[in-house]
Design a protein around this ligand. Sequence first.
Ligand code: SR1
Ligand code: MG
Length: 416
Amino acid sequence: GYAPKDDNSLPAYLAAVPAVAARLGGGPAGWRVREVGDGNLNLVFIVEGPAGGVAVKQALPYVRLVGESWPLPLSRAHFEQMALATQAKHAPGLVPAVLHYDETLALIVMELLHPHIIMRQGMIKAVRYPGFVNTITDFMARTLFHTSDLALPAAEKKAAIAAFCGNTALCKITEDLIFTEPYMVAENNRWTTPQLDNIAKEIREDGDLKVAVSRLKLKFLSEAQALLHGDLHTGSVMVTQDDTRVIDPEFAFYGPMGFDIGAVIANLLINYFSQDGHATPDDPRGAYQTWVLDCVEGCWNDFRGKFVALWQNGAAGDAYPPALFADAAGTEALKAEQEAYMDRLFQDSLSFAAAKMIRRILGLAHNIDLEWIEDADVRAACETRCLKLARDLMVNTANYRSIEGVTAAARAMRNG
Ligand code: SR1
Ligand code: MG
């Protein structure tokens, strides 16, 4: 049966898994175990032996951030390991290798990413990651394209949707925490300074914004475009200067592609605004902020180029049947439609980014980028700029015709 592991019980369990024991080397008495989970949901252990290390992630039957009063199914580990397998197939080398999965214990043993750190932690310290944009856009383009109707025959796509459709509890967290609660009075909501009370009230009373976020929620509920990571923020990315990996796809399900792309853009923009709260005379952050906005631009522009290239080089899915577009006029029409498709996806991505920026400031789960700003007035100022840009992105999305328009708006918001 299920029981959560701890530092004492984990080594004996792992010793009985040959692939894991071999990777660690020696015997369980010599293995060092640390519980390092700092996320909202699970236990995470690092186990190190004389030959190497592994990371062990185990689901708890409740939300760790809140406690046992908020039960959560263990089945999220099942969906996570399936998502990791699909991502490894389409984006090899960009996710951690799974060494062992135990369905009963809801426990996944993965390669230890070392000396990687969580990207968000590095960004708060203004560390640049030169390979990030290339890898994250590879990851998104490949996983989203290859699991969509552009790449899959309909029967295969429907079977894949069915395989992930049971991840309803994790989807419900997103539906409530991102698309609903920040726009109403809700027990889960919190913000860290009374200086935000007024803007939080404005948001609760903003009819246009509530319609816009409800349209997005409908999209999230009903558009099974591709297999999403489902929680693609900078806390789900591990980095070194040379390597970038995407972790933690427990929210995976078939949904609108813009949700993943928007998550990346949102978390970069949050970091951009937060830098004013971390800057000191000895450590000004202006050049870093430029780098962050360059990343925002690169994330969309490179993704767009890579996704269209995949489409043009081998779409085997049932959407846009080649027989319809075989002649010269058809080829031209399809090219134009590919651009139009990407324009629609851009608009979706900006709207989802906006929703994610708002939820990280007014909802339950916050980002340490902003939360670690010590001065409450400075923090509130950074958060307010972020909320104002997000409101405009969500309500006036069509005004943003390019990602450069978004970064220009972020700069303008910061400069008052
Ligand atoms: C109750 S879980 C809160 C958040 O943590 C995860 O990282 C997801 O973003 C979720 O919305
Ligand atoms: Mg996570």
